[in-house]
Design a protein around this ligand. Structure first.
Ligand SMILES: Cc1cc2nc3c(=O)[nH]c(=O)nc-3n(C[C@H](O)[C@H](O)[C@H](O)COP(=O)(O)OP(=O)(O)OC[C@H]3O[C@@H](n4cnc5c(N)ncnc54)[C@H](O)[C@@H]3O)c2cc1C
Length: 398
């Protein structure tokens, strides 16, 4: 099998425990490189929700996983790790983490059980895969392998520095599989708005956002956390938007910086500040309402001199301030690159894969597991559950 990420490791362990001789090839020196980065090093390993909720959080082809989730769902994942001596804890939004908060511990228990089950890990990059008369030929940088079964678990194209560079798609296509066009998902959005270029990881909690198409249609709305960083608009809320929307080119992002207040309430709040302190200048008012980085650029955006006393502002200027606070416009030009994407949308077309086995409907003996398939979930542990589920099913069926 190729790929020693969460999907490949699960498939290898399951197949080896069934008595198969398993050789697990990975281009990295050590397995599970991306797994160590997950959940900011804490590994949000699944979501403790029922299968229906799980499926609704998988944006593309969630229904393909119905059968597989009954074979190995999130409760099986939690029980599996508990059986390996790794207790878990459940946090806000049903997000499950190792009790130790260490992704390293998740990987260590997997490597330990893989070793015990007899999985033979080899650090070799696969450069070609072919299939002739029922046998797969797997060529690596140093050897040639032959096998009647092959599991491709090479991941997607996101964070390519971790080893997943999209090779699995090329082999699947060469073997006759259709590849649904790939794109970065759970990725910050790129903006052309000049002031965002000078923002440095500005985290704005409790914002409202809307994404409006060129024709004025509302494509996305939500409430939560966003991050503005050097020309990119990311954070949990906008990562979700990036997965839900195939294209945001030419769209406008509107940020509500004061979602708890209506425009009238905000206007009143400003009036109250002025009553309390008639000499208040605009720069000081902005500092009361906004984080420093934003307060600094607001005068330019609103065409108001920062030293102007708020009491001297014309009604139109005050309205303009309120408008910007409630609906700060940012122009979007597209999704960020794969190198910043948590996940890849698109991949091996699941129509050509048996949902009960993860086996190819075109080539007997060929199986797929993990991100290489056209399955992608939202944040919350759904993507790792896709890896455990499809890995288990492929390893049980091959
Ligand atoms: C920063 C970050 C944080 C994340 N956090 C979470 C989280 O908290 N919870 C969650 O559910 N999901 C999270 N994800 C997503 C999750 O990591 C992926 O869904 C998951 O790793 C996919 O597993 P996989 O086994 O399919 O692929 P991968 O983990 O990408 O593993 C694929 C393996 O295949 C190997 N490979 C590729 N090509 C070749 C080749 N030619 N020869 C040999 N080997 C090859 C690679 O080296 C790699 O080791 C996160 C992703 C990122 C980038």
């Amino acid at each position: 099998m190729v790929g020693a990420g969460p999907a490949g490791l699960t498939a290898a362990i399951t197949a080896a425990q069934r008595g198969y001789r398993v050789i697990m090839l990975d281009g990295n020196r050590l397995p599970g490189r991306k797994l160590l980065l997950t959940g900011k090093g804490r590994c949000n390993l699944t979501n403790a929700c029922d299968n229906d909720l799980m499926i609704s959080n998988i944006l593309h082809n969630g229904k393909f996983l119905i059968n597989a989730l009954y074979q190995f769902g999130s409760s099986d994942t939690i029980a599996f790790f508990a059986s390996l001596g790794l207790p878990t804890k459940t946090e806000r939004g049903n997000r499950v983490f190792p009790a130790s908060d260490q992704a390293r511990d998740v990987l260590d228990v997997l490597l330990n059980i893989a070793d015990k089950a007899g999985v033979d890990f080899r650090s070799e990059r696969v450069i070609q895969v072919s299939h002739e008369r029922g046998i797969f030929q797997i060529k690596t940088t140093s050897s040639l392998y032959h096998s009647s079964r092959l599991i491709i678990a090479t991941g997607g194209m996101s964070y390519p520095a971790t080893g997943s560079t999209g090779d699995g798609y090329r082999w699947a296509a060469a073997l006759g599989h259709r590849i649904v066009p790939t794109r970065p998902a759970l990725v910050p959005l790129v903006t052309s708005t000049a002031w965002i270029k000078v923002m440095n990881r500005l985290l704005l909690k409790n914002c409202g956002v809307e994404i409006i198409s060129k024709s004025g249609r509302k494509l996305f709305s939500g409430f939560g956390e966003i991050e503005l960083d050097q020309g990119m608009a990311g954070g949990a809320l906008l990562l979700t938007a990036s997965s839900q929307l195939d294209s945001v080119q030419g769209c406008r992002l509107l940020i509500d910086l004061k979602p708890a207040l209506s425009p009238e309430q905000l206007q009143n709040r400003i009036e109250r500040e002025v009553e309390r302190k008639p000499g208040l200048i605009t720069a000081d008012l902005l500092r009361k309402l906004l984080p420093a980085a934003l307060a600094g650029i607001f005068p330019q955006l609103s065409n108001i001199k920062p030293g102007t006393r708020v009491i001297d502002l014309k009604i139109k200027a005050r309205k303009r301030l309120v408008e910007l606070l409630k609906s700060l416009p940012v122009e979007l030009t597209g999704h960020g690159p794969f190198s910043k994407a948590v996940i890849t949308a698109g991949g091996v077309d699941v129509q050509e894969v048996d949902p009960q086995t993860m086996g190819s409907r075109l080539i007997p003996g060929l199986y797929f597991a993990g991100e290489v398939l056209d399955l992608d979930g939202l944040t919350g542990g759904f993507n790792l559950q896709i890896a455990w589920t499809t890995g288990f099913v492929a390893g049980s069926s091959c």
